[in-house]
Design a protein around this ligand. Structure first.
Ligand code: PQQ
Length: 588
């Protein structure tokens, strides 16, 4: 979309979840920098009036701030000068049919903008386009059916004349898809599934490529590449949902995103590779047909959804400039691919405590699973102990940032392991289709060596070199870093913590330069913008998401919240629920 490209060229704006189409979350603003960050202070705050997990971050477009909330998914346009409400949209959604089928709190990852419209993907699957000036509904379309376990939490993305959105419900046997709706009137333009027949998945058996390791290289996927990897009709309830982030390369005209876990978490029940769950996708933006696919975790046995963001940057690898895609997967491996072809260049652990796979075999392109941690091999009703990472991954939904000045990626990390017991589960439409009991606990291992070190931290904040696949530095955080990251030309990186701190660090060393405790835990993304000559950083606080589900949903039992309640119990001592936008700037 030409307007989005134009907006993102002016660093005063923050027009997409990632600040731009490439998902770098990097800003050219440098008024706030590593020399003066200690002089930051809160400029103003704004309560959204909603509790529960506040993910995503504010958009700033042509002098107006657009803020969203978790269910009921309010959208608020704010005047940054007066800090007053220009308009407010409050959807009318049925809580009774929607909330019970949301897996991980009632979060929403934010808004999209294009051609004078603000787009919000409501939890009940209604995709809504609002007039950015007035907040009036321009069009609405139903993207799914909560009675079948479908909901939405993702931020949409406007690409050319279309709005991209996905679907949640991997824990309810939902068959994942990505859909493109007309930005003008909401009409469905194309819809492509993660599993099933070639035409419905948008695969060209001869032209869609997949990387099969250095020996075979890139090969066409061939006929029925998904169907062949499922038993019978299981692909119909096969998961591979698409609740993460979408990026776009306007030159290649390709959109990139990942698909989630295969349905049920019990691997014994679904033999095969379960394609194309757990996959990185590159699709033509106009037709939806896949140019290439790469499955990171074939036949997932641990719930390592592959939906984390895809960051598109050009990097010199082995002396050659490449158009790369960098992805930090839940499974603990960071992948650097050629985004034009889908060739995997680097696949290394970004937390060495990861043990489910020994390494990714670059000869075959597949992970080498350690049988000790194979929940399939150990079987149903048997607990596989100390699998690392835990199901919520070495990193969850909070998107990384990339600074072209340091050449580093900044990774908000988790540092937990789990015990995992698969059990048989029957599919009933609209009912949980999980099939595993999980407990999670601190990894207690060093990120650089993977050796046990008696540590108790649940989080890490790590700088990563994606050219070589190496950790540059890493700081322990008491709790998982569930927020996104911002990097700027001022050589700072900014992230939130579950206790509620906004932290500003030096981009080169990671040293803390500033921190401020906001009213609630931060799982949102700090964004930045410029208004009347001043740079601001804004972040939503509001504890929730999977990590904060205990407090957000009032759960008590150790294994409740799919294992998160026990792991994060001590959050109760450091924060409470909330819903506040905090805006920071330099003091005079
Ligand atoms: O399979 C799915 O459809 C699905 C959806 C969601 C979601 O929509 O929030 C999450 C997950 N899975 C999931 O596995 C997960 O770890 C997770 C964390 C969060 C969060 O917002 O904190 N959502 C989700």
């Amino acid at each position: 979309n030409q307007e989005v490209i134009k907006l993102s060229k002016n660093p005063a704006n923050w027009p997409t979840w990632g600040g731009n189409y490439w998902g770098t979350r990097y800003s050219e603003l440098d008024q706030i920098n590593n020399k003066n960050a200690s002089k930051l202070m809160p400029a103003w705050t704004f309560s959204t009036g909603v509790l529960k997990g506040h993910e995503g971050g504010p958009l700033f477009i042509n002098g107006v701030l657009y803020v969203h909330t978790p269910f009921p998914n309010k959208v608020i346009a704010l005047d940054p000068k007066t800090q007053t409400i220009i308009w407010q949209y409050v959807p009318n959604q049925d809580a009774d049919t929607t909330i019970p089928v949301m897996c991980c709190d009632v979060v929403n990852r934010g808004l999209a903008y294009g051609d004078g419209k603000i787009i919000v993907q409501q939890a009940d699957t209604t995709l809504t386009a609002l007039d950015a000036k007035t907040g009036k509904v321009v069009w609405q379309v139903k993207n799914g059916d909560p009675k079948l376990g479908m909901t939405n939490t993702n931020a949409p993305l406007v690409v050319k004349d279309k709005v991209l959105t996905g679907i949640s419900g991997g824990e309810f046997g939902v068959r994942g898809f990505i859909a493109a709706y007309s930005l003008k009137d909401g009409k469905l333009v194309w819809k492509k599934y993660s599993t099933g027949p070639d035409d419905e998945v948008g695969l060209d058996p001869n032209k869609t490529m997949t990387w099969m390791g250095k020996d075979k290289g890139l090969q066409p996927v061939g006929k029925n590449s998904s169907l062949k990897t499922w038993e019978g009709d299981q692909w119909k309830i096969g998961g591979g949902t698409t609740w993460g982030w979408y990026s776009y390369d306007p030159q290649l005209n390709l959109i990139y995103y990942g698909s989630g876990n295969p349905g049920t978490w019990n691997p014994v029940q679904r033999p095969g590779d379960n394609k194309w769950s757990m996959t990185i996708w590159a699709r033509d933006a106009d037709t939806g047909v896949a140019k290439w696919v790469y499955q990171m975790t074939p036949h997932d046995e641990w719930d390592y959804d592959g939906i984390n963001e895809m960051v598109l940057v050009d990097q010199k690898i082995n002396g050659k400039m490449r158009k790369t895609l960098v992805h930090f997967d839940r499974n603990g491996f960071a992948y650097t691919l050629d985004r034009e072809t889908g060739e995997v260049l680097v696949a290394e652990k970004y937390d060495k405590s990861v043990n489910w796979a020994k390494y990714v075999d670059m000869k075959t392109g597949r992970p080498v699973v350690d049988p000790k941690y194979s929940t399939e091999e150990n079987g149903e009703d048997v607990t596989t102990e100390e699998v690392c990472p835990a199901a919520l991954g070495s990193k969850n939904q909070g998107p990384v940032a990339y600074s072209p000045r340091t050449g580093l990626f900044y990774v908000p990390g988790n540092h937990l392991c789990m015990n995992y017991e698969p059990f048989e589960v029957e599919y009933t439409p609209g009912q949980p289709y999980v099939g595993a009991t999980v407990t999670m606990f601190p990894a207690g291992r060093d990120v650089f060596t993977g050796k046990k070190d008696g540590s108790h931290n649940l989080g890490q904040f790590t700088a990563w070199d994606a050219k070589t696949g190496k950790i540059v530095w890493s700081y322990k955080e008491p709790f998982s870093v569930w927020s996104g990251v911002l990097a700027t030309k001022g050589d700072i990186v900014v992230h939130g913590t579950l206790e509620g701190y906004l932290k500003v660090r030096d981009a080169k060393t990671g040293k803390e330069l500033y921190k401020f405790k906001t009213p609630s835990g931060i799982i949102g993304n700090p964004n930045t913008w410029m208004f009347e000559g001043k740079q601001y950083i804004g972040v939503l606080s509001g504890l929730g998401g999977w990590a904060g589900i205990g407090m957000a949903a009032g759960l008590e039992g150790e294994t409740e919240g799919l294992g998160a309640v026990g792991a994060y119990r001590s959050l109760e001592k450091v924060t409470q629920l909330g819903g506040v936008l905090s805006v920071f700037t330099l003091s005079k």
